[in-house]
Ligand binder design. Structure first.
Ligand code: ADP
Ligand code: MG
Length: 568
């Protein structure tokens, strides 16, 4: 992703750079610490089931504004309820996905299972949702006068050209542009006024007026990147990142800074969710089943869940099976209970099944159907899986849609604000106008298909070619989204096999907040926020999947304002 040079920078939690000797020593220690505390993965390049590499990590925690963090934490139970209600709205899911399933075979296959389950009636009415709402801070708001902000930032001018060239006027991302039928919360910001401010800022810059910009204006809000309802990872790696970085800060003599790293009980929160579902199922001999890929590179983030359950609740067994194995071994008993051999499954936790490659043959699809039609409590059940599609996220961002799922007007307003512009590309008047908009200003957007797991999106200037290769109908498998422009942080990213000592890099972070929700169409019996994870990538990378090799483990260092002295 290209980052313009006006992007503001959040200060580092400690003064950088570190002296080379100190950096070499602490990095070597931190790598060993990471491996020995399970912040690790199997190598993709030299895979062995017998060994682990440390997972890429950022040496010290990245700054994140406390107020925005707390807002995200507080909002999670509302998002949980929203997604639970969406998952149970047959009409909404069916109409929202109607065009998509005509052209997206994978979503169509999921939808077919959904319809079949609906037709026979849900054997298990309870669902277990273990969600992760991913978000980025937005710095591209006109209110922040980003062009000027850059000039006030002395850190940045040391690493980039001292005289920036004005760039394209950024889009007011905190005020989603209501394009043809597009999303956005129109009571919030006056778009024309906002655009006016950008132009004013640009003009002021051109004539060389340098005003002092408050350092607290590196962001104005945060925006949701996506909501995950299946295989929401980092329940272990999130807290593990905090463990490594706490160790590093202590080693560097900054123990007093640890109080700014929020507690993170994601692993316990998620595993306790599975156990609560197991309790509801109510069969002492039954087990929790993890559905896994053929090869689990991100093994620590699964095994630690298993080990936590086994250690905390030794009476509950955990099994791991691929979809292929479930196809071979699985059957339904008399009460439609899922049996693997003679073992009854109470809860199914899908860590696979979210991409076409996980279903190489009809057998894997049959296994998915078998599980969906069984008495086991699924995480996610098929309706939750569909509720997590990008198309549903886009539909939820349309004006007035939230009213269907949330009663409280304050909550509607709060959730409405987290959506950036999300646009349909369905083959109708609105979708075709959005298509034209994407061709005109592709640099404003990211184009997303109905896929999970990273590496599927198309960014900026690549969008026109990608869109032109599609037929009008094929476009409805995709959605268009405003690019979010997070502020930069600067720090050391440590990767297996990379040069030592690491160099200071410009990076951007994505915060994920976990939520657990358990209930059926009529009632929610558990609903809580369950910790967080922070992933950080190089500012030049489009995507930051850690397992995919682009991102790094990180954790938030909460700041009350950017004026906090880095040397404290
Ligand atoms: P996936 O389901 O593959 O994880 P995402 O929607 O999360 O799909 O996109 C993958 C990555 O692309 C994100 O983690 C983020 O780094 C980047 N990304 C996605 N949407 C945006 C956006 N609107 N603005 C900026 N970056 C984005
Ligand atoms: Mg994602």
């Amino acid at each position: 992703m290209s980052v313009d040079e006006n992007t503001p920078i959040l200060r580092s939690c400690i003064k950088l750079p570190l002296a080379t000797d100190e950096l070499l020593e602490v990095t070597a220690k931190a790598k060993d610490y990471a491996i020995m505390h399970g912040a690790a993965m199997r190598s993709k390049t030299s895979f062995s089931p017998d060994s682990l590499n440390f997972a890429p990590f950022v040496l010290v925690p990245s700054a994140f504004p406390r107020k925005e963090f707390e807002k995200a934490i507080a909002l999670q139970p509302i998002i949980n309820r929203l997604m639970h209600n969406v998952a149970h709205d047959e009409e909404f899911i069916t109409t929202t996905l109607a065009e998509t399933i005509k052209v997206d075979e994978f979503t169509a296959n999921l939808f077919k299972i959904y319809r079949k389950v609906l037709a026979h009636g849900f054997t298990q009415r309870i669902s277990l949702g273990m969600l992760r709402s991913d978000l980025m801070l937005e710095s591209g708001c006109p209110e922040l006068s980003p062009l000027l902000h850059h000039l006030a930032d002395t850190t940045k001018s040391a690493t980039t050209a001292p005289v920036p060239v004005p760039v394209a006027v950024p889009v007011p991302a905190c005020a989603p542009v209501p394009a043809a039928g597009g999303g956005g919360d129109d009571d919030d910001v006056d778009e024309q006024a906002a655009l006016g401010k950008v132009e004013e800022a640009a003009t002021a810059f051109k004539v060389g007026v340098v005003r002092t910009i408050s350092k607290s204006s590196a962001y104005c809000c945060w925006k949701q990147v996506e909501i995950n309802t299946i295989a929401s990872g980092f329940g272990h790696l999130g807290p593990a990142s905090k463990t490594i970085q706490s160790f590093v800060l202590r080693e560097l003599g900054h123990a007093e800074k640890l109080k700014h790293m929020p507690k993170n009980d994601a692993l316990a929160g998620l595993c306790d969710g599975m156990v609560k579902a197991w309790d509801i199922y109510g069969k002492p001999e039954s087990v929790i089943l993890f559905i896994i890929e053929d090869i689990s590179y991100n093994i620590c983030d699964q095994r630690f869940h298993e080990f936590y359950i086994r250690e905390t609740y030794p009476h509950i067994k955990v099994l791991r099976r691929t979809l292929t194995e479930v196809h071979r071994e699985g059957k339904l008993g008399q009460r439609k209970e899922l049996l693997l051999g003679t073992t009854e499954v109470a809860v199914i936790y899908f860590r696979a099944g979210y991409e076409p490659g996980h279903y190489p043959t009809q057998g894997e699809w049959d296994a998915r159907y078998l599980m969906e039609t069984s008495l086991a409590i699924k995480c996610p059940s098929i309706q939750y899986h569909l509720a997590g599609t990008k198309k549903v996220q886009q539909a939820l961002a349309q004006p007035a849609v939230l009213e269907r799922f949330i009663n409280d007007p304050e909550e509607i307003k709060a959730v409405g604000k987290i959506f950036t512009g999300l646009y349909s590309l369905d083959d109708n008047e609105v979708g075709n106008a959005n298509y034209e908009m994407a061709l005109r200003t592709p640099e404003r957007f990211v184009l997303k298909p109905q896929r999970e797991g990273g590496g599927n999106n198309v960014y900026g200037m690549d969008i026109p070619d990608a869109l032109k290769r599609m037929t009008r109908v094929e476009r409805s498998a995709w959605i268009l989204m405003d690019l979010i422009h997070p502020p930069l942080t600067q720090g050391y990213m440590v990767r297996p096999g990379s040069d030592m000592p690491p160099q200071i890099m410009d990076m951007v972070s994505e915060l994920g907040i976990f939520g657990v929700v358990i209930g059926d169409a009529d009632n929610i019996v558990h609903n809580y926020q369950a910790g967080h994870m922070l992933r950080t990538k190089l500012s030049t990378a489009n995507e930051g999947g850690v397992a995919a090799g682009l991102g790094a483990l990180d954790s938030p260092y909460l700041i009350d304002s950017e004026d906090e002295d880095a040397s404290n």
